[in-house]
Design a protein around this ligand. Structure first.
Ligand code: FAD
Ligand code: NAD
Length: 475
């Protein structure tokens, strides 16, 4: 085989790129994967895994402290060193040899270096060894290069050498104090983690927290952070940042000053497309490429953009879901086979539009799927919202003394189906998939009344929410 010619060339071996490549190879294609960092990408080394490894010990401690009887069995604070060493193991010590072994075992060819598009179906790699290799794709090129932190143009911020989520998730030590700029998922999770680990944390958010979710979610996270001694400044925009004698000062536009050892910027992401050569194929270099539901770039018959880089949904599980569709459709198109691109078909990522599940591992956890009530109304749906206090469910009371939590279902009354759900409270993450199934399956409320939650589990929240909504008549 000509080593420079493959059926598919994938740029980026993160969780998305790995899955595009694997699915296409299972479909019979030869695949090269180009990676200039660690095989496995952000999720494995600087995002999901290390951040959750930093958060889990605090959760476990709170769980034990929250039950009379076990509370007496735990004393003292977290063992920070042990937490950091456990985090290291979840990041595989930032060594990707395990993932490389998997990749090669799957029959994929790894090319280490930085790839860029230099023509139709052509990728030129500046290899890690210092040379260049030109890879030609018979059928398709898939760009799976992810996103990078967006550092806003706040005066002095860049010069103050801020932490990004990459620095925070791989931190070797816990700073005495940390100021977090931003109010989204990264800000909430990392503020929680570093507060658990003993840092004095301040959050500076220009509006509320978790703004795209149901308002009660962000409000609950703010309340708990404050209860635990985190200073949360809402409706506060960072105006200027300075670093002197090791300390960082963040000044807000209403004149407040926060001094801390480190500043973490958590203000969103931008596509990692710089230098990728997208301009050579008529696309903007610094924008999320527009794709159809098979992840093919609009206007092209060979270029795909999958996962974070297309900006549809910045979540590992959705990137992998897109990857399964894209890998399969690339193989199908290469074979001249049938393409099933109707909504919910084999080769499309329909769930991206209306059934995305997400868990924020803050304290309390926030788990949501589908549309928020505000988004559903904006879409013109005839919406009703059923709400219930999770703490009033027997299983939740057993789970933790004085359990506090809240949940809601967003119902499209015209179709009598659930289009969104949000659960807030300790350990609600595992409640979410039932809601995802209800939303994706468009299960009529009439039928949901027959899905009986076991007693006494937290899942009885479903029964209470259905009762709060009222039983629909089936005639
Ligand atoms: C702090 C944090 C926590 C998160 N936690 C969660 C979570 O709990 N759950 C969840 O679902 N999502 C989470 N996310 C989001 C998740 O990390 C991303 O959605 C996911 O990593 C995207 O995967 P990807 O493969 O599309 O991109 P990436 O993981 O970014 O992979 C892209 C790969 O492409 C490589 N690359 C880039 N350019 C080139 C080039 N020109 N040539 C060669 N290689 C290149 C990069 O080195 C990288 O390995 C979190 C994000 C952050 C920041
Ligand atoms: N558990 C998870 O699933 C998980 C965890 C972490 C991250 N992620 C994903 O990673 C992505 C990135 O997360 P994120 O928190 O960085 O982004 P985000 O979009 O969730 O939040 C960005 C925050 O920064 C604020 N902001 C934006 N520009 C600003 C500016 N100039 N000044 C001050 N504030 C500004 C926004 O108001 C918002 O509060 C998200 O899409 C998220 O879904 C997921």
């Amino acid at each position: 085989m000509d080593k420079t010619q493959f059926d598919l060339v994938v740029i980026g071996a993160g969780s998305t790129g790995e899955n595009v490549a694997d699915r296409a190879a299972r479909g019979g294609l030869s695949v090269a994967v180009v990676e200039n960092g660690l095989v496995g990408g952000d999720c494995s080394y600087w995002a999901c895994m290390p951040s959750k490894a930093l958060l889990r010990p605090g959760e476990a401690l709170r769980a034990a402290e929250g039950v009379a009887g076990t509370a007496a069995a735990v004393s003292g604070a977290l063992d920070v060193d042990a937490v950091l060493r456990r985090r290291d193991s979840f990041a595989s010590g930032w060594d990707d040899s395990g993932q490389v072994e998997w990749l090669e075992g799957a029959g994929l060819v790894l090319v280490r270096g930085t790839g860029r598009i230099t023509g139709e179906r052509e990728v030129t790699v500046d290899t890690d060894g210092g040379g260049q290799q030109v890879l030609r794709a018979r059928h398709a090129v898939a760009v799976c290069t992810g996103t990078e932190p967006l550092v806003p143009g706040i005066e002095g911020l860049r010069e103050a050498r801020p932490w990004t989520s990459k620095d925070a998730t791989s931190a070797e030590a816990v700073p005495d104090s940390l100021v977090v700029i931003g109010g989204g998922v990264v800000a909430c999770e990392l503020a929680t983690a570093f507060a658990d680990l003993g840092a004095g944390v301040t959050v500076v958010a220009r509006s509320g927290l978790l703004g795209s979710m149901e308002p009660f979610a962000g409000e609950a996270v703010v309340a708990r952070l404050r209860e635990r001694g985190v200073e949360v400044l809402l409706d506060a925009s960072a105006r200027r940042v300075t670093r002197d004698d090791g300390a960082v000062t963040v000044e807000t536009d209403d004149g407040r000053r926060v001094v801390a050892a480190e500043v973490l910027v958590a203000t969103g992401r931008r596509p990692r497309t710089g230098g990728l050569g997208l301009a050579a194929v008529g696309l903007a270099e610094d924008e999320y490429p527009e794709v159809d539901d098979t992840m093919r770039v609009v206007g092209s018959d060979w270029l795909y953009a999958v996962g974070d880089v297309n900006g549809r949904v910045l979540l590992t599980h959705q990137g992998k879901y897109q990857a399964r569709a894209a890998g399969d459709v690339i193989a199908a198109r290469a074979a001249g086979g049938v393409v099933d691109d109707a909504p919910w078909g084999l080769h499309v990522a329909t769930a991206d539009h209306r059934a995305v599940p997400q868990v924020v591992f803050s304290d309390p956890q926030v788990a949501s799927v589908g549309l928020s009530s505000a988004a559903a109304r904006e879409q013109g749906l005839n919406v009703s919202v059923a709400e219930f206090e999770l703490g009033d469910v027997a299983g939740a009371g057993l789970h933790r003394d004085g359990y506090e939590g809240h949940a809601c279902l967003v119902v499209d009354e015209d179709r009598s189906v659930v289009v969104g759900a949000t659960f807030v409270g300790p350990d609600v993450a595992e409640l979410l998939h039932a809601a995802t199934i209800a939303v994706v399956g468009e299960v009529p409320l009439e039928r949901l009344w027959h899905a009986v939650p076991a007693y006494p589990t937290m899942s009885e929240i479903w029964l209470r929410l259905l009762e709060a909504h009222g039983r629909p008549r089936s005639d």
